[in-house]
Design a binder for this molecule. Structure first.
Ligand code: AMP
Length: 215
């Protein structure tokens, strides 16, 4: 089962992906994570990526595609994969089609997590992650709050916020997303892969709606 998530930043793709990974054994592939890993390596490429990413700008398509291709050749994707944060524009969608054909793979579902900017901003400004286990929290949402303020429930260490989850960068990321996403949605609708999922409820509500589509 190979899935693409299309959603505004901070829509909860990470949370939904974790639920799918746990229940269905698929691999979660986030191009944002692949790029951040490159930044953490401190390579020349990493340094140039960091500048762009800190302002919320998109990275060049061919850099992202290369990282993704390497990732799809690893052998933990036998039960399928979720693409999170990719494709971000129509060109990337076409590049993905070509690459999957080469690798003899295909996409089964495109899931669009639909929500408005105000709600997405609210979630972005509240989200926090455990640097040790990767679990996600949200200080503004009752059911996603950590038990102790700012600490991971499982690891008891300090939670971190992403540096690009601030109001200004979020605005750029959301507007870039809107500009690029509509053609992408039109494309996946045309080839009958698109499913629109209402994402205004709790993470559990959204997960139920996703399962109705994929099972
Ligand atoms: P994300 O974790 O998906 O919110 O991505 C964080 C940042 O990584 C984005 O603001 C972009 O700068 C970059 N990025 C992630 N995925 C892509 C992509 N598919 N194409 C271009 N840039 C990307």
């Amino acid at each position: 089962m190979n899935i693409i998530f299309v959603a505004p930043p901070a829509a909860g793709k990470g949370t939904q992906s974790a639920l799918l990974v746990e229940k269905y054994g698929v691999a979660h592939i986030s191009t944002g994570d692949l790029l951040r890993a490159e930044v953490n390596k401190g390579s020349e490429l990493g340094k140039s990526l960091q500048e762009k990413m800190s302002t919320g700008e998109l990275i060049a398509d061919d850099i992202v595609i290369d990282l993704l291709k390497n990732r799809l050749m690893e052998n933990d994707i036998k039960k399928g994969f979720i693409l999170d944060g990719f494709p971000r524009n129509l060109n990337q969608a076409h590049m993905l089609d070509e690459m999957l054909e080469e690798l003899n793979m295909k996409i089964d579902h495109v899931l669009y997590l639909d929500m408005d900017k105000e709600l997405a901003m609210h979630r972005a400004l509240g989200r926090m992650t455990c640097p040790n286990c990767g679990k996600g929290y949200n200080k503004y949402e009752e059911i996603m709050k950590p038990k102790v303020d700012g600490k991971c429930d499982d690891c008891q260490i300090d939670l971190e916020s992403r540096s690009d989850d601030n109001e200004e960068t979020f605005n750029t990321r959301f507007d870039t997303y809107l500009d690029n996403t509509q053609p992408l949605l039109d494309y996946y609708k045309e080839i009958e892969l698109l499913n629109v999922i209402d994402n205004s409820g709790t993470p559990e509500d959204t997960f139920k709606k996703i399962e109705e589509v994929i099972i």
